[in-house]
Design a protein around this ligand. Structure first.
Ligand code: SF4
Ligand code: SF4
Ligand code: SF4
Length: 411
């Protein structure tokens, strides 16, 4: 696999912000396959037999075109040289944070069946490559779930008229953890931005916590810490290089390498991946709850955040029939389900709410139409749904099929 490299590795962050992450090579075969997979209509067909081009104002950097190009003519901008420079610099303390979907895809690069969980070998490989600390993005996934869940609670309190929460954002709340979707939202629906959760994605929550709390706890000068996200996602490269993400006082996350690039690094170092002993993430920011691991699947974020919100609003755990409401897990591109939440602040009065789960950013238009129609109905109309939460993952099936994952031809 080839990739786009920059001459001076540290300039790669600027390169990505200016020109995006994904490029079509000059020797494109003009087969037009990529246009079918682009959720953003960002691929320009310049005429029969002509090389296709990407409109970077529309592109969300998701890499779906790359994984589906049958001729391998689409490349991603690589941050690998930037990471190697840090690994070779004795003054840097290089931290890896590994995303949930990497551990269940990395094995494919070394001959394991799709879905094999190679978490233990993954952490061993991180150390063999010279990373100083092996932490886990799942640690921060829990923070994102809590943040999104409590933001949703505040928006619902506003909706039911609790005076202290009238400054909260409007309903429905859309998830913000998928950078492909966030970019899509920003470019297509700028007038509706208040609907998107203000919570950072797990990777971007992890970054500043690592460079403040984490650095202090392990005795590392924050300026010397270099954070690398190992990710299924090409859009993460755009996300971590956004200029606003410097709340630690430094670049919160320095670089991203995709699952494919991580596998390449392992091969390049002649590490026999399948013979590696299992090991665990380092303590402090390597722990997690079970909730975080579902982040990589479509429906996972909604389920986790809604459990948090249900408990906060009702004082009860989500159980029994209500759990079946979570059966919105499934394969359809747009799914929705309604449930009644007994609101503690209203003396247990049940309030019907509806959630939706979408994969494929281009399908969002369908849910906006339903939301706008619902808003026109009277509050007492039995057909009123009260959309409160919409989860959107850009890639089909979620991050498990992200643009940085091993290239398969069956998705
Ligand atoms: S799928 Fe690949 S070869 Fe076909 S038009 Fe797109 S970039 Fe070119
Ligand atoms: S990276 Fe995603 S949005 Fe950009 S051109 Fe490819 S498929 Fe379209
Ligand atoms: S679904 Fe996952 S892999 Fe795809 S763009 Fe969103 S965060 Fe990245």
């Amino acid at each position: 696999m080839t990739s786009v490299r920059v001459d001076e590795p540290r300039n790669v962050r600027d390169r990505i912000q200016i020109g995006g992450v994904i490029e079509i090579r000059d020797d494109c075969k003009a087969c037009d396959t990529c246009t079918q997979y682009c959720p953003a209509n960002a691929i320009i067909n310049t005429g029969v037999g002509n090389r296709h081009k990407i409109d970077h104002d529309l592109c969300v950097n998701c890499g779906q075109c790359l994984v589906h190009c049958p001729f391998g003519k689409i490349e991603e901008v690589s941050m690998v040289d930037y990471v190697k420079d840090a690994l070779n610099d004795p003054n840097k303390h290089v931290v890896a944070q590994t995303a949930p979907s990497v551990r269940v895809a990395l094995g494919e690069e070394f001959g394991s069946p799709a879905g094999t969980n190679v978490e233990g070998k993954m952490f061993s490989a991180v150390r063999k490559l010279g990373f100083d600390t092996a932490w886990d993005t799942n640690f921060a996934a829990d923070m994102t779930i809590t943040e999104e869940g409590f933001e949703l609670v505040e928006r619902i309190w506003k909706f039911i008229g609790i005076p202290e929460y009238q400054e909260a954002g409007p309903l429905p709340q859309f998830t913000s953890c998928c950078p492909g979707w966030v970019r899509f939202f920003e470019t297509r629906y700028p007038e509706r931005l208040e609907h998107i959760s203000s919570a950072r994605s797990p990777v971007m929550m992890f970054g500043p916590v690592a460079k403040t709390y984490g650095a202090e706890k392990i005795g590392v000068e924050p300026s010397k810490m270099f954070n690398v996200a190992i990710s299924p996602c090409t859009a993460k490269k755009f996300e971590v290089t956004r200029p606003e993400f410097i709340s630690s006082g430094y670049d919160d996350v320095d670089a991203v390498i995709t699952t494919r690039e991580f596998a390449e690094l392992i091969r390049e170092k002649d590490i026999d991946f399948n013979s590696l002993e299992d090991s665990k993430a380092d303590k402090l920011m390597g722990e997690q709850t079970g909730a975080a691991i579902i982040f990589g699947n479509t429906g996972g974020v909604m389920e986790a955040a809604l459990r948090t919100a249900y408990y906060a609003l009702s004082g009860e755990e989500l159980t029994g029939d209500a759990v079946n409401f979570m059966a919105v897990r499934g394969e359809e591109e747009v799914r929705e389900a309604s449930v009644e939440i007994p609101i503690k602040a209203l003396g247990g009065t049940p309030v019907k709410v509806t959630v939706a789960i979408i994969h494929g950013s281009k399908n969002v238009e369908k849910i906006w139409k339903r939301i706008d129609e619902d808003a026109k109905l009277d509050a007492n109309d039995p057909n009123k749904k009260n959309y409160v939460f919409v989860e959107v993952m850009n890639c089909p099936g979620g991050c498990i099929n992200g643009g940085g994952q091993p290239i398969r031809r069956d998705i």
